[in-house]
Ligand binder design. Structure first.
Ligand SMILES: Cc1cc2nc3c(=O)[nH]c(=O)nc-3n(C[C@H](O)[C@H](O)[C@H](O)COP(=O)(O)OP(=O)(O)OC[C@H]3O[C@@H](n4cnc5c(N)ncnc54)[C@H](O)[C@@H]3O)c2cc1C
Ligand code: FES
Length: 293
């Protein structure tokens, strides 16, 4: 499903700002976006107040379609530069220009399979949104979250609440298993019962998770975070090399992604010179017939 057809752009009001561990969260009153949003999609925020004209993309973390505010969406972010610094200074009733929901969603399994959700840092946010949907569909959800340190693990309590089992890894050993997510998922794959992996986090983590899943012949859907300029398929900033029909083509992470079939992304080529033409179409479910968007 190409969500760009149903996207909207509007000036939305901040309902709440809060800290979640090392991260920041903003909730916006955005009834139209809340109505359309699905896990895996993102919104593009104007951050001109931060002195930069290019919009900044953020995954949708939570959506409320009902309640006193009629519809809200929430994003979680790390402060890394001028745009996110400006966002972290917003308060209730401030307004932000938002376009969304954008991009392709995580496809849902068509059969009763076990789902493993693997998140790195704030990459856990869209996965926790997905976990709710999977649980509503009566699918088993197991979660593995990793981060460099304990305070950068995103919302471990919610991960436990939304899963049959939740495992945490930190690179400094300050919480959970000492190491990386790939250190624990290999064992979980061997134990069996997992039919599909959903992952979001830094690109090296997505590459590693995809390789392990490929080795075990398990379907893997990744939400990539390729740098974006326009966010709507025009500028080609966000292309990702992708295997299709025996060839490698570029797909635009903002339109054909951000959710892609991790077994088809050519991870070693990411960040190098773009290859060939741009491919369009259904990338997430290609070669994964067990999944539907
Ligand atoms: C589809 C998508 C979803 C995203 N979801 C989230 C989210 O939920 N929470 C969140 O905190 N961030 C998310 N990001 C990354 C976020 O968009 C960037 O951190 C943000 O644009 C940085 O803006 P800035 O002006 O603060 O910093 P900039 O000055 O633009 O960048 C500061 C530093 O961050 C790096 N950076 C910029 N963009 C990215 C990127 N896309 N991926 C990795 N590093 C980047 C730059 O290389 C630079 O080193 C997402 C990106 C994409 C493409
Ligand atoms: S960000 Fe412009 S084409 Fe994807």
């Amino acid at each position: 499903m190409a969500a760009t057809a149903g996207r909207c752009g509007a000036t939305e009001e901040v309902l709440a700002y809060r800290r979640i561990g090392a991260y920041h969260s903003l909730t916006f009153v955005a009834p139209d976006m809340a109505e359309r949003a699905r896990p895996g999609q993102f919104v593009s925020l104007g951050v001109a107040g931060g002195g930069t004209l290019l919009r900044r993309p953020f995954s949708i973390y939570a959506v409320s379609r009902h309640g006193p505010w009629a519809g809200t969406i929430e994003i979680v972010f790390d402060v890394v530069g001028p745009g996110t610094r400006w966002l972290s200074g917003l308060v209730k009733h401030d307004v932000v220009d938002i376009v969304g929901p954008l991009g392709r969603l995580f496809p849902m399994p068509q059969q009763q399979v076990g789902c493993l959700l693997v998140g790195g840092g704030y990459g856990a946010a869209p996965l926790l949104y997905l976990a709710q949907r999977l649980q509503q569909a009566n699918l088993r959800v197991d979660i593995v979250l990793g981060a460099a340190t304990q305070d950068r693990l995103f919302n471990a309590i919610e991960a436990k609440r939304l899963s049959a089992s939740a495992v945490f890894t930190t690179e400094d050993g300050s919480y959970g298993t000492h190491g990386r997510v790939t250190d624990v998922i290999e064992r979980m794959f061997k134990d069996g019962g997992i039919g599909v992996v959903y992952a979001c986090g830094p690109m090296p983590m997505l590459a590693a998770v995809s390789r392990v899943a490929q080795r075990h012949r398990i379907a893997v859907q990744v939400a990539v975070e390729e740098a974006m300029a326009c966010g709507v398929g025009v500028c080609m900033t966000c292309v990702v090399p992708y295997r299709r029909d025996g060839d490698v083509a570029n797909v635009r992470a903002c339109v054909e992604g951000p959710v892609l079939n991790g077994r088809k992304v050519v991870w070693d080529e990411i960040g190098r010179q773009p290859v060939g033409d741009v491919a369009t179409g259904d990338t997430a479910t290609a070669a994964n017939p067990a999944l539907r968007p």
